[in-house]
Design a protein around this ligand. Structure first.
Ligand SMILES: [Zn+2]
Length: 650
């Protein structure tokens, strides 16, 4: 059973229950070669803190001594490792050496007999240079074997491998078929050649295609991803588990791994590393060691560095800056940067998991930042949902300081003295109406000054798009007093723009959907502001408190009277999560909604969206924020679907 603890987009921190304890993900599983142990498994567990390792059941089965020992005392005692043990099946050997002499049924039974926690199907390793026809056939064989293995697995967890070479449709199809089989973990297989050849853009395609088809409630393991360079990118795309044989392989070639890449001892001028393996040794000492001793030291260094990177990725998921980490890491190598640029192709898919807002500000790291899904979100919601105020003219400011309305307070007042004007800011986020200036990520983002060429181009495109759409009689770019002089000559109507009301309206539509503002604000509107910050706090309509605005991200939390208005105007399932009857008394008490009790959910809901929890008759039960998407709520059997803020008592 797998449960999500925290998520950021597709990336997640989770817990996988195994027969030998809980495995927290993202997790790195060091590969232990039972015939050539570089770092003893006990040390991996006790000193490094690895909760799981992976070893090869095919090698154990083919070695008479290991075979007998594993059957006699079991895998955990044989390796002296108390944590979770995953085993591979011989598929990788078939990739390295051609055919393997074992049947799927036999290797599954063997893995179960020796007490492995997570056994793996003998899938067919689909090579990147295979034809589509050959690959499709291999996927069919892999599927037959997975179905066979699911019947034989017993209490062992089973890893069903996604194959399909570099064909995205075959990967997605394989993943969809696997989702229907009783499998517990999904490795993405056949990707080692892509990583060895630095074909990271194709790797990203393969991961995304697989994720599209898989059941989100099962952890995804990127088979053979053992270099810390790729952990952040793979985690961003939804990989939960990694395994490393590279730590030992690289060490035997005197190669040190770092998140920025690999360095050969011969090329290094010093060690300059303070990991527990390196810290008490000088470069000269390490260079003078016997090869086996040196390999053991470098292997430990490689493990420490890999482990630290996994921790760094976890921290980024918790703190909401994984995109920044990935963008920085992908600058380690041009091939990784290609992969990062390539993610623009998957913007649409990634947007479905993009949270409404994050605790951290969006920091620009380079032109690739502009392809993050949040930019697509803004663009789409602005052009689909935004309702222009009914003013005569529009003045466009350049972005010069945030929040915009405060920065341009005087200029706006000067213009509005004589003109019926509204204001836009040409921002890297898009063409931003002045009243959306406090909303995430408009206020909570930082770009370098002056903007680089790509950012300038984006701003130009967005403003041009706006200029074709806007309904004003006149649109002008701000040019100081000259603008005021021009407008004074041309304007006919009296000033009408009310920024507070406009702010409430614009955020309502952006957050809850087109037309939400009309539903929510139908009546006499009163806006209460904070005396200290001057920011909007509460919105009342006809004396009822309908909305509160959050200071950190500029979005609203719904109050019950506001929810009633939205519910009346928007048909189910919009903005709703419907729950079973037995959940209702708990949710009315303010307790969270668990996935097992969800019967319906708005497919447009994004993580951290405000939602209405309703019963089967569409009566309001509670208000809160969605943690998962609809598909995820239906897929997970445990965990929280909606974090309830307020129960509606009868
Ligand atoms: Zn080190």
């Amino acid at each position: 059973m797998f449960e999500i603890i925290r998520r950021d987009g597709l990336a997640r921190i989770g817990k996988l229950e195994t027969p030998h304890g809980q495995l927290e993900t993202p997790a790195l599983l060091p590969v232990v070669n039972p015939r050539l142990v570089t770092v003893p498994p006990r040390e991996l567990h006790d000193v490094f803190g690895f909760q799981a390792l992976i070893t090869n059941s095919y090698i154990i089965r083919n070695d008479p001594k290991l075979n007998a020992r594993a059957k006699e005392v079991g895998l955990h005692e044989m390796l002296d490792f108390p944590g979770t043990i995953m085993t591979d099946s011989g598929t990788f050997q078939s990739h390295m050496y051609g055919e393997v002499e074992v049947k799927n049924e036999d290797i599954i039974n063997f893995q179960r007999e020796i007490g492995t926690d997570i056994g793996t199907v003998l899938d067919i390793f689909t090579e990147p240079d295979w034809s589509k026809e050959k690959t499709a056939h291999a996927v069919d064989v892999t599927m037959d074997r997975t179905i066979e293995a699911a019947d034989l697995k017993g209490k062992m967890l089973l890893a069903g491998v996604v194959q399909g070479s570099v064909f995205e449709d075959l990967r997605e199809d394989c993943a969809r078929r696997l989702a229907l089989v009783d499998v517990d973990v999904h490795p993405i297989g056949g990707v080692v050649p892509l990583m060895e050849q630095y074909r990271f853009a194709e790797l990203a395609d393969v991961i995304v295609a697989s994720k599209k088809g898989l059941d989100p409630s099962r952890p995804v393991h990127l088979f053979g991803a053992g270099h810390p360079m790729v952990f952040a990118l793979a985690a961003l795309l939804g990989c939960d588990m990694f395994d490393s044989a590279s730590y030992a392989k690289f060490a035997r070639d005197d190669r040190f791994m770092f998140p920025e890449g690999t360095a050969s001892l011969a090329d290094m001028k010093g060690i300059h590393c303070h990991c527990p393996a390196c810290q008490s040794h000088s470069y000269q000492e390490i260079a003078a060691m016997k090869p086996a001793e040196r390999a053991a030291l470098i292997a430990r260094h490689n493990l420490w560095v890999s482990l630290e990177e996994i921790q760094r990725v976890k921290r980024a998921i918790l703190e909401g800056d994984l995109w920044e980490l990935v963008e920085r890491r992908c600058r380690a190598h041009p091939a990784l940067l290609s992969a990062l640029r390539h993610l623009a192709k998957h913007q649409e898919y990634l947007e479905r998991f993009e949270p409404l807002s994050r605790d951290n500000s969006l920091l620009y790291t380079g032109p690739e930042t502009l392809s993050r899904p949040i930019f697509l979100r803004y663009e789409r919601r602005f052009f689909e949902r935004y309702k222009y105020p009914d003013t005569e003219v529009m003045v466009a400011f350049e972005e010069a300081g945030k929040p915009y309305a405060r920065h341009y307070q005087k200029e706006m007042a000067d213009v509005m003295e004589s003109c019926d004007a509204h204001f836009f800011v040409a921002s890297p986020i898009g063409a931003v109406p002045i009243e959306l200036d406090e909303m995430y990520p408009v206020a909570q983002s930082l770009f370098p000054e002056p903007p680089d060429l790509q950012t300038k181009e984006r701003i130009r495109e967005q403003m041009e798009h706006l200029s074709h759409e806007h309904p004003y009689a006149l649109g002008v770019a701000w040019d100081g007093q000259a603008t005021i002089d021009t407008l004074m000559m041309m304007c006919q109507k009296k000033p009408s723009f009310d920024i507070d009301l406009a702010r409430v309206r614009a955020v309502c539509d952006y957050q809850f959907g087109k037309g939400a503002a009309d539903l929510l604000l139908d009546g006499k509107v009163a806006i209460k502001k904070s005396e200290t910050t001057g920011k909007i706090r509460n919105v009342l309509v006809d004396g009822e408190h309908i909305l509160s605005m959050r200071a950190n991200d500029g979005f609203f939390t719904l109050r019950p009277p506001g929810a009633m208005r939205l519910k009346k105007g928007f048909d189910a399932p919009k903005l709703r999560v419907t729950v079973k009857d037995d959940s209702i008394p708990f949710n009315r008490e303010g307790k969270n909604v668990f996935n097992a009790f969800v019967t319906e959910c708005d497919p447009e809901i994004r993580p951290m969206d405000e939602v209405m929890v309703v019963d089967q008759k569409d009566d309001l039960v509670a208000l809160g924020r969605a943690i998962l998407t609809r598909e995820e709520m239906f897929s997970f059997r445990t965990g929280i679907a909606v974090k309830v803020r307020e129960g509606i008592k009868l």
